[in-house]
Structures are given as structure tokens and as C-alpha cells.
Design a protein around this ligand. Structure first.
Ligand code: ADP
Length: 258
């Protein structure tokens, strides 16, 4: 039996094809101006890649920002539930999940058997999200992938004190003018992202093993900054952290269809 998880996020659409044990395939693309048609296109691509028809998929479950509008979905579920199911698939004993996506960040607290016991979300402000990191990359004329690597090379971090992404950008420009090295600025930026998300998590209790997911969990600079902020060498990052929600959706679909 095969199921499909579709995560329609504010920045990207993610699809996972699941066989009950492992990911058979996954696809990611930008949501663009028409996320629903993007998701449909990606769904057809996934089926075509495996010579499947829609009737071969026992259940399709949608999640994410656009979950209620995907016409091929049999069901929809919240990102919180789907992310948790995706993380628990890899790390059954995890206590909390930090998720940083394109335009929001959230912290989910898990209890016994991966049950969600609380969550907090920032979807009001760009600071502390992937969008903010993209703005910084643009200001510094590097790609997001490049700034992640640049931050790993060197020591020390400057303070980025502005609470707003727009003001933080001016702060970064003034640091460039006073010749602060780019890697020092970047570690400062990533630490400010880490400080924000950990402060968000402090509204719950961030104890025990913590996982990090979302597109931004592909940024090794942010991983280091969160470890630094948590004062811990251990942060569990699943393989392909961007597709965790879609994986969780596919897992929940599998359980429902079994
Ligand atoms: P959403 O679910 O909110 O649509 P995602 O979880 O897909 O968002 O995350 C999108 C964010 O991840 C974007 O801000 C993007 O810049 C960032 N991102 C994607 N790939 C990478 C990468 N390889 N390295 C660093 N950041 C990345």
C-alpha cells in the first residue's frame, strides 16, 4: 500500500510517497503565485515518476498553510500533528521540535508516545524565519546556501539587537560599513534567529531531546547557533528536514488507510 503526504507551505510545496516503512520518493518545489496548481503539478510528477495512477494511492493527506484547498486530498491535518508524526518516525523519544520554515517558526512540545502536548508559533513577524535569512543573504549578495557555509568558518559573533527584520537589515549594513567580517555578522544573524526561536520555546518547557525541522534546518549555521543557544551538542535533525511535515502526513494517511 502507498500513501501520499502533501505539505503546502507558504514558500514551498513538499510531497512524500510512503510505503508504510520508508519514503519511496519526495519532491519539493517553490509554492509560487499558485501553490495549489504547483501542488497538483508535483503530484502528477510523483505519480508519473513511478508509473502510478491516482487510484494506486490508498490515501492522500494534505497539511500546511494551503491544506484545505488541495482538491486531490482525502483528508487534511494540521502542520503541528504532521510535523510531530514525521519527527517521531525518526526519533521516537523526542520531547520538543523547533521548526523554522519560510515565513513562520514554531516550537512543539511532545509527551508520551509522541503526543502533542503544546505548541507556540510566530507567524506575525519575518525575524527568526527563513524569509529573514533570505533577506540577509540578499543584502550580502550571497545565496542562502553560501551564507550557511560562511558562518561555519571562524569564531565570534556580533550582536544583532534589532527585533524587526527590516531594522536588523539596516544594522547589518552598518556593521558592513564598520568592517565587521561577514562571518562574524552571519553568526550574529543566526544566533539572533536561534535566540528568537528558543525564547518562543521558553513559553513551553524545552527539556529533553530536541529536534530541528523545516527548510531552515538545512542551514548548518543555524543548527550551530541553536546548539550554542541551548548549550547542547545534541540537536536531532532528520534527513531532509524540509519534508518532515509531508512525511508525517503520509504516515498518518497510512495509519488511517490500514
Ligand atoms: P514553508 O513550509 O513555510 O513553505 P520550508 O519549511 O520549505 O517553508 O522552508 C523554506 C525556507 O527554507 C526558505 O526560507 C529557504 O530559504 C530555506 N531553505 C531551503 N533550502 C535551504 C538550504 N539548502 N539551506 C538553507 N536554507 C534553506
Amino acid at each position: 500500500m502507498l500513501t501520499c503526504g502533501v505539505d503546502i507551505g507558504s514558500r514551498t510545496v513538499k510531497l512524500v510517497l510512503f510505503d508504510g516503512k520508508k519514503i519511496v520518493d519526495s519532491l519539493v518545489s517553490l509554492s509560487g503565485r499558485a501553490p495549489q496548481s504547483q501542488a497538483l503539478e508535483l503530484y502528477q510528477e510523483l505519480l508519473a515518476n513511478h508509473q502510478l495512477n491516482q487510484s494506486d494511492i490508498a490515501m492522500t493527506l494534505a497539511t500546511g498553510y494551503g491544506r484545505n484547498y488541495f482538491e486531490l486530498a482525502d483528508r487534511a491535518s494540521s502542520e503541528i500533528i504532521c510535523h510531530s508524526a514525521g519527527v517521531v518516525h525518526y526519533f521516537p523519544n523526542i520531547h520538543a521540535i523547533i521548526d523554522i520554515g519560510g515565513q513562520d517558526s514554531k516550537v512543539i512540545q511532545l509527551g508520551e508516545n509522541g503526543r502533542v502536548v503544546g505548541f507556540v508559533m510566530n507567524d506575525r513577524c519575518a525575524a527568526g524565519t527563513g524569509k529573514f535569512i533570505e533577506m540577509v543573504a540578499q543584502t550580502l549578495e550571497f545565496s542562502v546556501e553560501q551564507i550557511a557555509l560562511l558562518a561555519l568558518d571562524g569564531n565570534g559573533a556580533c550582536e544583532i539587537s534589532s527585533m524587526c527584520a527590516v531594522f536588523a537589515e539596516s544594522e547589518i549594513i552598518s556593521k558592513l560599513h564598520d568592517s565587521t567580517p561577514v562571518d562574524v555578522i552571519l553568526r550574529g544573524v543566526f544566533r539572533s534567529v536561534a535566540n528568537r526561536v528558543v525564547a518562543l520555546g521558553n513559553k513551553l518547557s524545552l527539556t529533553g531531546p530536541i529536534a530541528f525541522t523545516g527548510g531552515v534546518a538545512q542551514n548548518a549555521g543555524v543548527i550551530e547557533a541553536i546548539k550554542h543557544r541551548l548549550n547542547s551538542e545534541t540537536l536531532f535533525v532528520p534527513p531532509k528536514p524540509q519534508i518532515t511535515g509531508a512525511l508525517g502526513a503520509a504516515i498518518l494517511a497510512y495509519r488511517s488507510a490500514s
